[in-house]
Ligand binder design. Structure first.
Ligand code: MN
Length: 181
């Protein structure tokens, strides 16, 4: 855990992304950023012990409990990254970033999030504007590969939330509008 890898990958003279620090007091924020990089994907980030644990979800989250979405573990991000929406210039992660959803989450396990992360099994409830209810993240045998699965609850649905609600929860902009602004 820490931000060494995050910092190593970026040139802060060029990118508007936050430099960030490991946060001291703990809140429980989550963010899902829609990221139009070389391939469009969604980045799920959960605050754990002062950083954002991060996964790139190529197909994005689903509210359908029968759907398992591949989630590729990526480097920890600073908590301040949860408020980043904008354009990353040429270099690592180049492309437009939208805050697609955000809010707090609740740990549903008896174990602390960090322990669950190490065990490769997270269970949490999201309290976003779009994503609500219980989710699990389960580590597979393949390196850095997890599965993001919605639990069957009052919020689960077969509707495609990515298509139904494509815009930013922060600015109500589309990716195109963020790119131009
Ligand atoms: Mn990304």
């Amino acid at each position: 855990m820490g931000l060494a890898e995050y910092k190593k990958k970026r040139d802060f003279r060029k990118t508007p992304e936050p430099k960030g620090e490991v946060k001291k007091s703990g809140s429980n924020v989550f963010v899902v950023q829609k990221h139009d990089a070389s391939h469009l994907h969604y980045d799920l980030r959960l605050e754990v012990d002062g950083v954002l644990k991060s996964w790139a979800v190529p197909k994005g989250p689903s509210m359908n409990p029968e759907v398992k979405r591949l989630a590729i573990e990526t480097e920890d991000h600073p908590v301040s990254y949860a408020s980043f929406e904008g354009v990353i210039p040429e270099g690592y992660g180049a492309g437009t970033v939208m805050i697609w959803d955000n809010g707090d989450y609740e740990n549903n396990s008896d174990l602390p999030m960090k322990k669950s992360f190490e065990k490769g099994h997270l269970s949490f409830s999201l309290k976003g504007s779009k994503l609500k209810g219980e989710f699990t993240l389960i580590k597979t045998k393949r390196e850095n590969q997890w599965l993001l699965i919605k639990k069957d609850d009052e919020y689960s649905s077969e509707k495609d939330i990515l298509k139904l609600k494509p815009k930013s929860v922060l600015s109500n902009k589309t990716l195109e509008e963020i790119r131009k602004s």
